[in-house]
Design a protein around this ligand. Structure first.
Ligand SMILES: Nc1nc2c(ncn2[C@@H]2O[C@H](COP(=O)(O)OP(=O)(O)OP(=O)(O)O)[C@@H](O)[C@H]2O)c(=O)[nH]1
Length: 643
């Protein structure tokens, strides 16, 4: 930047900046004013500052005139001059519309930047200069347009000149600029008001204090709640807000401070019907008051989305929110008033519990089967009575049948469990030891009755064994042997076939097979097996005697004098394969041998004793054990080593 000093002065310099588009004649104007010459060609692209001594308001000052360079982005170039100069001289060419628009935008930006940075009293003047007015036949911008732009901006003036035409017109433009600067300083010096302080932004705490102080004044006793008690600013606004601003305090002018605006807004709410609570927070005490019918809290209280507020609202007057089913249960069905108190609200239902509900109301519901009303309603309904009688009858039948079953099977089983049984097989089919058995008790085990046993069947004959024997074997005929009541018909048929086969081979007697098996097993374990009893197939009239006398004898051996086969058992099951068997003909056979206890076992399993193959593991262990015995471990003595 080059500086040219024309006159020396001790006064502080007055700065003037010349701005504008390219080739509008900025340099020509400055040079013409300083040197009274028009050169025609000027240096471009460089900023030149000239100093010139002059007198402003009777005071000699030095003026610094800055010939600024063109910058396309004028907003960045303005940062160098805004706040650092006393006046702006914006030049455009009347022969260029673009230069005019550029000058207009530049003037707007300068004025806007000054409004932001300082108050309006210190705005530096702007002189809008339309140059090259000598070229009137090339004019594109009218004078009126420049004047209109100058009038729209504050402290903005307009003048047309021509650097090429004459020195006076160029001098008039600069003289006007210096006069505006002088007027500005005179205004500042003559103004009695001091320099205004900068309005610093209030902090949130300060605003909070202001609001608190405002409400303290408002709620203090004796204070008026009308707009008369407020500040003049608010009073003027509140008086005019209803007719002008629609309640918005910020639309009035923008000159009002934040404190007055906020206080006015708060107070406006109180004036427009919103009743502010006495305390800052709504307490539950105020909410717990019982509302009147016309003062329903749900309708009178302002809506609030706060959860705490909702909670307090529902707690008001013991209001509860429950689902509809629960609400129905709460209401006594016989009490219409209570039912009417329940009001549904969507999926929720609020029920007023002003009155104390008795828990007995729950038990008197109509659909409660445990209530007395249910019994009464049942008795009044004939169809229900009929159904109930049928049900009771069925229950009685079931009980009687179950009792009969209990008499048949369980009791029999129980009684048999308590008894020791003795089964004697007589070659001559000797009959009963104890009489008095009813004829109908063929299926019921008597105390003493002959028993005919087939392959896996048996039957009691309380009245004696029938005479229809074939080859010494009793024919079962069409009678069914009471093997098991749980067997189905197919099994029965199968058993029937087996029974028919057994006719051809009576030695299929299970007891005989059992004793034969025991003989075989015991003969292996004993050195002197007893003789096989002479039980011929023709004398198979096996008679089993069941007597309680044997129970008390506790004798494991039965009589064997007459060659009978006695079977004594203390087992609980009445089965052909039961109990401990003893061959009565050989007294030395006193030891007992186990017998299969399940009737469902096959004959082979009954007779043969299953020999299981030892497992591989047991074999290995046995091998190791034998090897240890044959090869005892040797003792080794390890010598101590010294390292
Ligand atoms: N006819 C006529 N021509 C002028 C006038 N003022 C300046 N000129 C001519 O306009 C041209 C540009 O003048 P400059 O003073 O260089 O314009 P500038 O605005 O300084 O240009 P930059 O320095 O590039 O920004 C020159 O050729 C001048 O002779 C005027 O009032 N009338």
């Amino acid at each position: 930047m080059r500086r040219y000093s024309v006159n020396n002065s001790t006064a502080p310099p007055v700065r003037l900046v010349v701005l504008g588009d390219q080739n509008v004649g900025k340099s020509a104007l400055v040079v013409r004013f300083l040197t009274k010459r028009f050169i025609g060609e000027y240096a471009t692209g460089t900023e030149i500052t000239y100093q010139h001594d002059l007198t402003l308001a009777g005071t000699p000052v030095t003026a610094e005139i800055c010939d600024a360079t063109y910058c396309k982005n004028h907003q960045t170039s303005l940062k160098k001059y805004v706040g650092k100069c006393d006046a702006y001289l914006i030049v455009y060419s009347v022969c260029s519309r673009d230069s005019f628009e550029y000058a207009c935008s530049l003037a707007h930006d300068i004025r806007l930047s000054h409004v932001k940075s300082s108050n309006q009293n210190g705005l530096p003047p702007i002189l809008l200069v339309g140059n090259k007015c000598d070229l009137d036949h090339y004019r594109e911008v009218k004078r009126s347009e420049g004047e209109r732009i100058a009038n729209t901006l504050s402290s903005c003036y307009f003048v047309e000149t021509s650097a090429a035409e004459s020195f006076q017109r160029a001098e008039e433009a600069f003289h006007l600029a210096f006069r505006l600067i002088s007027l500005r300083y005179q205004t500042l010096l003559n103004s009695s008001t001091p320099t205004p302080k900068r309005n610093r932004k209030k902090s949130f705490s300060q605003v909070a204090h202001m609001i608190r102080d405002h409400y303290k004044k408002q709620t203090s006793p004796g204070s008026e709640k009308s707009s008369e008690g407020f500040s003049p600013i608010f009073r003027s606004w509140s008086m005019s807000s209803d007719r002008n601003n629609n309640g918005n305090p910020f639309q009035e002018g923008g000159k009002r401070s934040r404190r007055s605006a906020v206080s006015a807004l708060k107070t406006n709410q109180s004036l427009h019907g919103f009743q502010r609570p006495q305390s800052k927070c709504m307490s539950l005490e105020t909410l717990n008051e019982k509302p009147d019918a016309e003062n329903d809290p749900a309708s009178t209280m302002p809506r609030c989305s706060s959860p705490a507020r909702k909670t307090s609202l529902y707690q008001h007057n013991k209001y509860h929110t429950i689902d509809s089913a629960m609400a129905t249960r709460f209401c006594n069905p016989n009490d219409d008033s209570a039912r009417s108190r329940a009001s549904s609200d969507g999926n929720k239902m609020s029920v007023s519990t002003d009155e104390n509900f008795d828990l007995s109301d729950f038990s008197t519901a109509e659909d409660d089967p445990f209530s007395s009303n249910f019994e009464s309603s049942l008795s009044s309904n004939p169809s229900l009575c009929e159904s109930r009688s049928r049900v009771e009858e069925a229950e009685m039948n079931f009980q009687s049948s179950s009792a009969a079953d209990d008499n048949k099977n369980p009791q029999r089983k129980t009684s048999l469990n308590k008894k020791c049984l003795k089964i004697s097989i007589h070659s001559d089919g000797e009959a009963i030891e104890d009489g008095g058995i009813s004829p109908d008790a063929a299926n019921i085990p008597p105390k003493s009755a002959p028993l005919l046993a087939s392959s896996n069947k048996f039957r009691f004959f309380p009245n004696g064994i029938p005479e229809n024997q074939e080859n010494g074997w009793v024919r079962f005929g069409s009678t069914r042997a009471p093997v098991s009541p749980l067997l189905d018909g197919r099994r029965r048929n199968k058993n029937k076939l087996k029974a028919e086969e057994s006719k051809k081979s009576p030695p299929g007697n299970l007891l005989m097979q059992f004793f034969k098996g025991n003989l075989a097993s015991t003969s292996n374990s004993r050195q002197t097996p007893g003789p096989t009893p002479a039980i011929s197939e023709t004398s198979i009239a096996s008679t089993c005697t069941i007597g309680e006398s044997i129970r008390s004898s506790n004798a494991s051996l039965a009589d064997s004098d007459d060659g009978r086969i006695s079977f004594h058992t203390s087992n609980s099951s009445l089965s052909p394969s039961m109990g401990n068997g003893h061959w009565s003909n050989d007294p030395s056979w006193s030891s007992t041998s186990s017998a299969p206890t399940s009737p469902s076992l096959k004959k082979s399993s009954v007779i043969r004793e299953k020999t299981r193959r030892p497992s591989f593991r047991a074999t290995v262990h046995d091998f190791i054990r034998k090897r240890k015995k044959s090869h005892p471990p040797e003792c080794y003595r390890i010598q101590d080593r010294v390292y």
